[in-house]
Structures are given as structure tokens and as C-alpha cells.
Design a protein around this ligand. Sequence first.
Ligand SMILES: *Cc1c(COP(=O)(O)O)cnc(C)c1O
Length: 427
Amino acid sequence: MSNISKDTICVQGGYRPGNGEPRQLPIVQSTTFKYATGEAMGELFDLKASGYFYSRLQNPTCDTVAAKICELEGGSAAMLTSSGQAASFYSIFNIASCGDHIVSSSTIYGGTYNLFAVTMKRMGIDFTFVSPDCTDEELNAAFRPNTKAVFGETIANPALVVLDIERFARAAHAHGVPLIIDNTFATPVNCRPFEWGADIVTHSTTKYMDGHGAAVGGCIVDSGRFDWAAHAEKFPGLCTPDESYHGVTYVKEFGLGGAYITKATAQLMRDFGSVQSPQSAFLLNLGLESLHVRMARHCENGMAVARFLQGHEKVTWVTYPGLEGDKSYALAQKYLPHGSCGVVSFGVRGGREAAAKVMEGLKIAAIETHVADARSCCLHPATTTHRQMSDEELLAAGVSADLIRFSCGLESRDDLIADLAQALDRV
Ligand SMILES: *Cc1c(COP(=O)(O)O)cnc(C)c1O
């Protein structure tokens, strides 16, 4: 069936059992797989045949869930990873190495910023961070001859800035490199970055996709549309023989649709081993089955809470992409017409101390290092997730010292508002 709706893919995508097979996705809790001859297994090692031989490389449960996310995003191939961090790292390290350069939006998740600016920099990969609302001239000036990709988040965590995906894709493609989008906060239910020109999508499935705070995980999806071969000199890893795999050339053997994910699996999973467990993939799949239903509710609650906060005398500012007058409102209308996410950022009169007092006064929302959960939660990024950043870096990432990130869960919106009201009364 073509044009099948995202709702149906959420429920049934990826797994299509035959006669007599389990209706629910089986958890293949096995590290290894049996073969009758060494030769048959050797073919798998050489990537000459496809099949399972060791769960560090591939596992049927994980592959099935990856296939569902791939269908949801409208991609050509996908893989699960142990975490969103692993997905971000692989997505770039798969096409960049020591001596290369990446252009990244400055409003990204704090963990990703640290991965890029500190850890990957130590590996010899340089990053230039650009404001999502920089001019085209500024954006183009960030590129160098050794630039290998552009990176950004559909809705930045926690700045809640919506990226102009089309504009960033245009700049990336003009310089012969792909645009990688972290689509964690929007999820494919609210935005499919491939429809706007992005080439690769990453996810922290830990967030809305799992949705219940049950399992840490990540995912990488390839659109299959970036023409690596047309820029072969930039991407030798995909376009020249891989000696660690008996000379296989990924774009030749697996085509544009399969090269990127096959390489990431064959090389990066083999060597780094950041696999998602089949148990976690099973939990992720349960979450995905209701993703379309839950996202609508998260967005409804987010909008109601944002409107309440906007009118409150003790609240100095509110950021929510769906809110009229928000600085991302126009981009949200374009890229996220059916809703953005359940996360709202706001500042409290009285700054840091007042923010702490409000958070401690909440009875329904808990203080947690988490977002995008069925249970409402809140966090003060400047003293937690982003505490490694200087004040200037915080500002560039769109995180002020008084910012409270409030993640609306699936509870009653009236209860969430009443809870916030009584907590704000305390300051
Ligand atoms: C949480 C998060 C990550 C990191 O994911 P983990 O699963 O915690 O490793 C990356 N990007 C965004 C936007 C996130 O919210």
C-alpha cells in the first residue's frame, strides 16, 4: 500500500508476521545465530549475503523497530543505537574523520554540543557553530573546503528554536554535503525533515518515541537521496574500497539508499558496539505504537501550559513554538503545522532562586533530567544539563540562567496548570 498514514505505520510498521507467527514483535534475545557451514557465515562477514550472525552488528528485533522508524520518516534505511548520543556521534563520524570540519546550529542539545565541541574536537574534527537565525552570508561563510556535513535540530532542546530546515539544506547542498537533522523533539509525527531537504535524521528514542521513560536508545535514518558518488572526493569512506571489508565499496554494492547505514553498521557498530538491546527495542516499539496519539496530547498540553504561563504576572517570558508571537512561530507554522512538542521554556521573575523555588513547589511535575515523558517533569538547564557551558555559550545555545524547561506529560492539562499556579504563588 502506498501513501499509508503515519498513524498506521506507528501501530503496524516494520513488523509483518506471516501465518502462525507471533502478532506481537518477538524479542530475539540471542547474541548469536546458527549456520551449517563456515562458508555460509563467511559470506555474511564479507557483506556478500545478508543475514544475522552476531547481535553487536544486527539483531532481528532491533532491525524491525528501525524499519518502523524508517517508514515513519520516509527513509531508505535505518539503524538503532544504544542512545541518542551514539546516534549523533555515528551520524557524523560515518562521513567525517580527523582533519574534517562540520557546520552545526548553535542551538542544540547540551550533550550534543559537548560531544561536538569537546570530544569530537579531540578526535580532530572541527565544528563551526552558527546561530539558526544567521544570515545566508554568515551561513555560507561557515563552510570550508573540508566541511563534511551540516547539523541541526528540528526543535532545539532546550531553546525550542525551530530550524529553517529548507534554508540549511540549501546551504549544505550548495557546498556538496548532507544536512543531518536531530528530529527528537518533533518526531516524524509532527515533522518529516526529509520532506524539507534533510538527508539524514537522528533520534534520541529515549524521548517521545519511547515516551514512558523506560529505555535509553537512539536511531539513525538515511533518506537515500544524498548523492555521495557525485561528491566522491569528499566521501572516500563511502566511495572507495573498504579494506576492512575485503574491498567492498559501499555506494557501489548498496546503492545510495543503503550505503550510509550499511557502512555505519559494518564499521562503527562493529568497532564501537553501541547497540540497543532487543529488550529496549521491544519497549521502544510499544512506545511507537501510540506515538501519534500521545504527540497530539503532549502538544495540546504544551499549548495550554504555554498560554497560561504567558498570562502570568510572575513569568517574565515564555518560549513555545506554537505560541503566537513566539520567535519561531512562523517557522513552526511551516514545519510543524499540526503541533510542535510538549516542552515549554519560561523564566520566572526573580531569576535563579525563584526558578528553584517554583520547581520545588510543583506536586505533579517532578524535577528530572528528562523530557518528553508521559509524566510531566521540569529541569533548570543552566545548573544541570548545560552546566559545563560558559555564560556566552549558554546564550548562544539559547539557554538563559533563569530558564525552566517544563515538559508537559499526558496528565490533565487543568491539573498541570493548577500545579504551576500554586507553585508560582510561592514566589
Ligand atoms: C536527549 C537528547 C539527545 C541525547 O539522547 P540520549 O538518548 O540521552 O543519549 C540528543 N538530542 C536531543 C535533541 C535530545 O533531547
